[in-house]
Design a protein around this ligand. Sequence first.
Ligand code: UFG
Length: 338
Amino acid sequence: MILVTGATGYIGSHTVVELISHGYSVVALDDLSTSRASTIDAIESITGVKVPFEKIDLKDKAALLKIVGKYPIDGVIHFAAHMAVGESVLNPLKYYENNLCGLLNLFHFMDQSGCKNLIFSSSCTVYGEVNKVPVTEDFPTQRPPSPYGNTKKIAEEIIEDLAATNKLKSICLRYFNPIGAHPSGLLGENPDNMNNLMPLLLKVASGKMESLKVFGNDYKTRDGSCVRDYIHVMDLATAHVKAYQRLAAKESAVAVEKFNLGSGNGFTVLEMIHAFEKVNGIKINYKIEDRRPGDAAEIFSDSKLAAEKLKWKTERSLEDMLSSAWNREKTYRQNELR
Ligand code: UFG
């Protein structure tokens, strides 16, 4: 059985569905601070499988340790973390406390459960400011531009230290920019996420916001706006299943592996807006604004290592990402009206 923390979150919920469709049994854990319990109902209606759910805040070590032995846990996929970059700059303590204390408590849980296998949800932010693209896993990690990013870098370092004592085997997955949604429209990103491009673009598309701010059009890129590597969340979910299979089969000679998960293609913000308009037939109002502090001009992944070792590559197109995101937004707004 696999324990998925952050299971009602965006990437967590999609991964639970993929795990179940690959025959795994899952126990879902979340503190519901930024997600809803109804996501479990959505997962059950998609998969037809009942998923045990534990509402636990990982900072609450006693509550977590209380469930030691309740389920036969073979491995953990750890998503639970705060992830708003801007908020982390304003309130770093909240981020270090939640993202790192939660991880430490999880290690105690794993130790007491006799479980060594951990898939860790990391980010390309661990590379800090890069001066070359595409980014490969052997680029050095550097101080990320935000406390959020730093929690990911520090977490990877803690994982390395624990793995060196034979207490842990881990795969750290460094995501680029996940977007899109399950085709049912029942799962998706929290629409209250006011940080990232796609939820804000969807807000404009559904008339909840007048126009999208494009942060800068004077970068040295094709059209002056920033380039990012967008990846369909369902492709990302599949990568977690493959990573877990590799870990469980003990295919790696080393205790910790790290993989970039991206499509290998970069798109600019303006290209994303125009592609969304074309795919979904909706006009998006936007305004060019000043650059957002901390934004890199261009970052995209080289995911050849994941292709080789995990036997994984992205399968869904940008059109899939944008149409599934819009489908999810419409489903969400309809339910909101009910
Ligand atoms: N952008 C806009 N307008 C907006 C929001 C975003 O133009 O309203 C632009 C950004 O400037 C950037 C691109 O859209 O060029 C993507 O921005 P996101 O905020 O969606 O994503 P980031 O690439 O900034 O952040 C992502 C993850 C973080 C991670 C970071 C590491 O969301 O978790 O990559 O680089 F830390």
